[in-house]
Design a protein around this ligand. Sequence first.
Ligand SMILES: [Zn+2]
Length: 335
Amino acid sequence: MKTFIEHVLGHSPNRQKLGVFGKVAAYYGCVEAQGRGSLHCHMMVWIKGGMDPNAIRQRINELHDEEFCRRLITYLDDCIINEVPPKPPDVSEDQNPLGHPCQRFGDSCPDEEPARQLDIHNLVKECQTHRHEKTCYKYWKGPPEPKKCRFDLDPDNVKLASEIDDNGNILLRAVDGMINNYNRTILECVRCNMDVKFIASGPDAKAIMYYITDYVTKSPLSAHASYVALESAVKRLKDKEKVDTSSDSAAASLVQRCAFSMLSNQEMSAQQVASELLDLEDHFTSDRFRNLYWLQARSMVTDSASTGTVVEEAEESADSDEPSIDRLLDERTYI
Ligand SMILES: [Zn+2]
């Protein structure tokens, strides 16, 4: 991942290079395990000079800046692709390299060479072609609701050119309705399934932002596993000790046992365990984060609000370990 960040995204602490999306201002990625255990990374990348969604909307909807729209679409069409690139015309089937493309290194020859064209053609076909599975329809309530893949991939879902609609929504092309969005350079480097999306504005941006922050912050324990762990903690407490649950200390003990039980009953894949033992990182970021002690912050604000002493108290506590209001409101503090 570090190599990817430095050489493909072009971001390193000391030197900024041009990466596949331009210059990177910041990034945050977290490592997740799939149901079968494979590790993968979800990452948000902020591009230097990237405009905030409101500014983009204003340029599109209010200023009707056509040149801006054209340049934005050109940039996005260059970064995000969803079609199978053609096979080089003079390559026959028996020249096709054996094995899955993810098991081989790519060709470092120039872009226009047949070997490289064949490699990217095979990569897209093998890694980016969506095949519907049961999980595609897990939110489908049955007829009369139309049976739609929840990833919105369908052979009929084709749009040959990107455009911006009357509401200012950016609708990117979908040349092949069954190909997952990819970036050619990234796919050639990582050689496995990938997805890439532009987070601009509107409901799509909100949905994607929610999806990603949910991934970043979600507990590694699923809801059903949490309930099983909770049940086992309560059962153990009942079996082993005759506790008077009316007392505060018994209630505290129950909560503590539940917490321990939930922590110790986490399901981890072999890949996650190996990654942990090898001391590999489970998240990657360009920024430093500070903890926000919510309860202290809230009581500090409410206690001080009536007396108007927030600033004085913050100055007094600047050297202490307690979080001061200055530190809490520091613009680089993320929640
Ligand atoms: Zn599907």
